[in-house]
Design a protein around this ligand. Structure first.
Ligand SMILES: [Zn+2]
Length: 176
């Protein structure tokens, strides 16, 4: 499986870092919405140090035998990107269940299919993928802990629910 140093094309200058990416995190999604077909939400990221703001709409669908999360977003030059991310579930020994995202990218060796908690969209890329596929590294190699923490905080994103879970009986508000 293509990881770091696997001989694929190198980035022209230096590796992109996780801190530059939009990050899709299954744990945050699961906190915000019910992981079930029909659930929808919007995730947005705002970067304090750059003037950028990005938004991804997502919808959970059942595509037998899988549950998938369909992402829709727009990039500067390419409008209306749609990406389908397969969800996986594991049952930890301590009980309960845990959801994972599946990397949707195709590598030279075939579909990546890595089971991951987070997918990343680096600047200049079109699709979310795992750290290995995007060959991401961490800025913390180069900068102090202090500035890294500052960036983490500035980068926190907001998850807005379309349907509140606070006792709203109308479960699914489809559409606008
Ligand atoms: Zn991957």
């Amino acid at each position: 499986m293509g990881g770091f140093g696997s001989g694929r094309m190198a980035w022209p200058t230096k590796k992109k870092v996780v801190e530059q990416c939009l990050i899709l995190d299954i744990f945050t999604i699961a906190q915000g919405i019910q992981i079930a077909p029909g659930s929808t939400g919007t995730m947005s990221w705002s970067y304090d140090w750059e003037v950028t703001r990005d938004e991804v709409r997502f919808k959970l669908e059942s595509r037998s035998p899988d549950l998938v999360i369909v992402l829709k977003y727009a990039l500067r030059d390419l409008k209306s990107i749609e990406s389908v991310i397969r969800l996986q579930q594991t049952r930890p020994q301590l009980g309960g269940r845990r959801w994972w995202l599946t990397c949707p990218l195709i590598t030279q060796q075939g579909p990546c299919d890595r089971r991951v908690a987070k997918l990343y969209l680096p600047p200049g890329e079109v699709h979310f993928g795992c750290r290995d596929c995007h060959e991401l590294t961490y800025r913390s190699c180069q900068t102090s802990h202090k500035s890294e923490n500052w960036m983490q905080r500035a980068k926190e994103f907001l998850l807005r629910e379309r349907h509140k879970t606070q006792g709203d009986p109308a479960r699914r508000h489809r559409g606008k």
